[in-house]
Design a protein around this ligand. Structure first.
Ligand code: NIG
Ligand code: FE
Length: 425
């Protein structure tokens, strides 16, 4: 058996490995260390990374006949982005509501009047499984072109058994067919559908009774524990029933209001607590002991024109493991580009580019329970890597609003080349 790699990537001006945190997420000083190798090189065999070093060290060994060589030409190379919180499977859009909000209407008020999430539910229920797959694939293609190689996707726009299952089946189909690695989450507890407005507890019962049937389709179960969603007691009923069935847990919490969901998150040992825009200092300290990953989503307050961003820098100083994600959804953040989220994390959460990059790679991989396979460039890991058309990683957030991703490698296969999807058929 040949010991030579199939592929050798050389001359990476800055190779950002995010290495050394596959067991435990990065915290404190670790968040500042992006594991940079100047003039880096990576050897890949059978889709996995078999060596990492400088081009000088590795070139002699691997730059050989029969090995496919990619010359990174002095550019920035890093692990593919892990978008650990999205709602990417839905029908229609809410551009009209966006205009209403610019003119002064409030997100939660629109939801209470039957718009918001509920208007997306109406549009999603109308679509066939095939159509839903087709529209969602387009979003995923856009994410991939912008460097996302792994994404978590939540259901939650069906809000009845038939349509939640339809969404989960769409996610499952995309898991099998799309090049992005997908982690599936059941979010039947997204909001109370119109049919149950007068009896939300009966809807909570419905979700609890659905769990067994949706289990084969989802790794995680999530609940929107907030104003406009479910109270702590209702959230606890859904999440603890899911836990008993073997789901891992996530929670949307403190996005609009602190209704006391964090103590519940800690009690139930959720994998991640997401949003946290309205977090109190005493909860930060409690979270620290919990091991919960804090997934911050600064695209949401940005898009909702609010000032209450999660205190990212402070949370890092206090030792919390921070991940970042888009929250891609039609209501609060219709942004598929995680590079834009890195910019917002720097400008609005006070994070440095290095901290933000760790938060969208290795720490995000922890938030979806996949840090043993992805999220960093190190020995044995899946070769999910992106080559950016810049020379310095600080330029990711600096030149904001553009797509820096030139090439994407998934398990060592080039699937985006020169900003175009590669047709592998
Ligand atoms: O994470 N607020 C709850 N869920 C989503 C928004 C969904 C929507 O508005 O369609 C969120 O922000
Ligand atoms: Fe969300």
């Amino acid at each position: 058996m040949s010991l030579l790699p199939d592929l050798f990537i050389q001359n990476c001006g800055q190779l950002l490995t995010a290495a050394g945190a596959s067991q435990m997420p990065k915290t404190l000083q670790g968040m500042n260390d992006i594991g940079i190798i100047l003039d880096g090189a990576v050897a890949i065999k059978d889709g996995n990374i078999i060596d990492v070093g400088t081009t000088r060290q590795l070139g002699k060994k691997y730059n050989r006949k029969g090995v496919h060589i990619i010359d990174a030409l002095g550019k920035v190379v890093l692990p593919g982005f892990v978008d650990c919180h999205t709602h990417a499977v839905f029908g229609g859009d809410r551009a009209g509501e966006f205009v209403q909000r610019i003119q002064g209407e409030n997100y939660v008020e629109i939801l209470k009047k039957g718009g918001g999430i509920l208007s997306t539910v109406k549009k999603t229920r109308k679509l066939t499984l095939e159509k839903l797959v087709e529209v969602s694939k387009k979003h995923l293609d856009t994410m991939l072109l912008q460097g996302t190689t792994t994404a978590e996707i939540k259901s939650g726009y069906g809000l009845n058994k038939k349509d939640e299952l339809k969404i989960l089946k769409a996610i499952q189909y995309l898991q099998k067919t799309h090049q992005i690695n997908i982690i599936s989450t059941f979010l039947g507890g997204h909001t109370v559908p119109a049919e149950y407005k007068s009896n939300p507890n009966a809807y909570v019962d419905l979700i609890c009774n659905m769990l067994q049937e949706v289990k084969p389709y989802a790794t995680f179960c999530d609940v929107f524990c907030d104003e406009g969603g479910f109270d702590v007691q209702q959230s606890e009923r859904m999440l603890s029933a899911a836990k008993k069935l073997g789901f891992r847990l996530k929670i949307h919490v403190n996005e609009f209001k602190d209704i006391g969901g964090l103590p519940l998150a800690i009690r139930l040992c959720v994998t991640s607590a997401d949003h946290l825009d309205n977090i109190r200092h005493r909860d930060i300290l409690k979270l620290k002991e919990s091991g919960i990953i804090c997934v911050l989503l600064p695209g949401v307050p940005f898009f909702l024109m609010k000032d209450n961003y999660a205190p990212g820098r402070k949370m890092i100083e206090d030792g919390l493991p921070i991940a970042l994600a888009t929250d891609f959804n039609p209501g609060t953040c219709p942004c598929e580009n995680i590079q834009m989220i890195v910019t917002l994390a720097c400008l609005k959460l006070g994070m440095t580019p290095a901290q933000a990059i760790n938060a969208v790679t290795i720490n995000a991989a922890h938030a979806v329970g996949m840090a043993d396979r992805i999220g960093s460039i190190e020995l044995g890991k899946q070769a999910d890597m992106i080559i950016l058309d810049i020379q310095d990683y600080n330029q990711i957030p600096y030149y904001f609003g553009t797509n820096h991703v030139k090439n994407v490698l998934k398990k060592g296969t080039l699937i985006v080349e020169n900003k175009q999807l590669v047709d592998l058929r």
